[in-house]
Design a protein around this ligand. Structure first.
Ligand code: G3P
Ligand code: MG
Length: 414
């Protein structure tokens, strides 16, 4: 039964509960690492009075570099090993758009950084705004490309290319130029530069990796984020066309990202348990284990071009509560048999509680509160949320910092 399995898991010192962390404002602030984060993560790796390992993942709206680069940075800052299987960035779920679009304009990040990420995901023809500015400098009359940008830009004739989708991956470093180009494409005939649609209905789809209006850096006050750019583009679009902008949003607090996160977490918990039982000297039946995993992954991808948002939004919602309830509930008829002589097949019930630690009520707390009651939201004071204000979305617990959050949750569990 699920109960027996949980007992075994707890008994073998891998927790039945889990953690998910926001990054900016919880683990880091710009170049600074929040000092308590190191100890907090070490506690979850087993350095706690219960000697229990607690699985954890990171869910950030940030991006602009590959998941691998992000892990390397986190590992260095925290003095632990963070692997790619533990990290979801704002644009990570956009991987699922690879089969949908051939020519994409990727916006944001430094020089070629986001082009490389998109190519790494498998997108075929990836263009960035500076390619368009190199093709025709008159597109952005008040901005001249630097030598570095000219070097990074590719040569292409945008009068002959249909941009199928605009994917805003990371914060724009050049709002004026990026907005000019995004707007032109949205109003174009089939994503061809220099054309204008009569109906304004032939432009490419617009996707944002997240909608954070502000975010926490090492500056005292929060800074405008990608959500602010979205507001600005929507206002310009409305002014120009009289219509509402259609946007597909990823990141927190979107339901699609939640479903993606649950899959990542369940895979990571399985990894943690597998490593642990192997360390105990037991053998896992890899073949059967792989078959089991395949069965579990046979679920549909949570994302598609019409991915929904549950914010007050201007795009069609495809919200479907049933889909959430169907997730990973096929565990009940399987047991874990742990003995040192036979090969074992592991099967993990869903985490008993997922503690989600975040700093932004509108994205993090809303994310953790909205989708599944087994997620437990903890708001920290080291980022966007400021003491003395009332959070728009109420956390289940308010803590000074990430270490206090981890201590609180572990004590609550034991
Ligand atoms: O651009 C990143 C920022 O908006 C939020 O990152 O880690 O707080 O979700 P995070
Ligand atoms: Mg944050």
């Amino acid at each position: 039964s699920v109960r027996q399995k949980r007992e075994i898991i707890d008994h073998e010192r891998v927790a039945s509960y889990a953690f998910a962390f926001d990054i900016d404002g919880v683990i880091v602030r710009g170049p600074e690492t929040i000092p308590e984060a190191r100890t907090a993560l070490r506690m979850l790796n087993g350095e706690n009075k219960y000697n229990i390992k607690v699985p954890y993942i990171f869910i950030t709206n940030g991006g602009g570099r590959s998941e691998r680069a992000r892990c390397k940075d986190l590992s260095k800052r925290l003095g632990i090993t963070v692997t790619e299987d533990q990290v979801i960035q704002g644009h990570t779920p956009m991987k699922d758009l690879v089969p949908v679009y051939k020519n994409v304009l990727v916006v944001g990040g430094v020089l070629n950084s986001c082009r490389e990420v998109a190519k790494g995901y498998g997108f075929k023809n990836v263009y960035i705004p500076i390619d368009i500015m190199k093709w025709n400098p008159s597109v952005t009359p008040y901005y001249e490309l630097s030598d570095e940008e000219k070097e990074a830009a590719v040569d292409a004739d945008f009068s002959k290319i249909n941009i199928d989708a605009i994917l805003v991956f990371a914060d724009s470093r050049n709002w004026a130029a990026d907005q000019q180009i995004i707007l032109e494409l949205l109003l174009s005939k089939n994503g061809v530069m220099g054309t204008v649609s009569e109906s304004y209905e032939d432009g490419p789809g617009l996707y944002f990796a997240h909608s954070d209006f502000v975010w926490a850096t090492d500056y005292g006050l929060s800074r405008y984020g990608m959500g602010a750019l979205q507001v600005s583009i929507a206002a310009l679009y409305q002014e120009h066309t009289g219509k509402e902008l259609q946007v597909t949003r990823f990141g927190k607090p979107q339901r699609g990202t939640f479903r993606f996160a649950e899959k990542v977490l369940s895979k990571w918990r399985k990894n943690t348990l597998e490593t642990h039982v192997e360390q105990l000297g037991m053998t896992i039946d890899k073949q059967q284990q792989a078959q089991r995993l395949k069965q579990q992954q046979a679920n549909d991808s949570p994302f598609g071009p019409d991915s929904e948002t549950d914010q007050e939004t201007d795009i069609t919602s495809t919200e479907d509560d049933d889909e959430l309830d169907e997730e990973d509930d096929d565990d009940d008829d399987e047991g874990i048999v742990i003995n040192k002589t036979s090969k074992i097949v592991l099967d993990l019930p869903p985490a008993s509680t997922v503690y989600f630690v975040g700093d932004t009520p509108e994205s993090d707390i809303r994310f953790a509160n909205s989708h599944d009651s087994s997620w437990y939201s903890i708001l920290v004071k080291t980022g966007v949320f400021q003491e003395g204000t009332t959070p728009k979305y109420q956390p289940k617990q308010l803590c000074e910092n990430v270490l206090e959050a981890v201590r609180f949750a572990i004590e609550r569990e034991h």
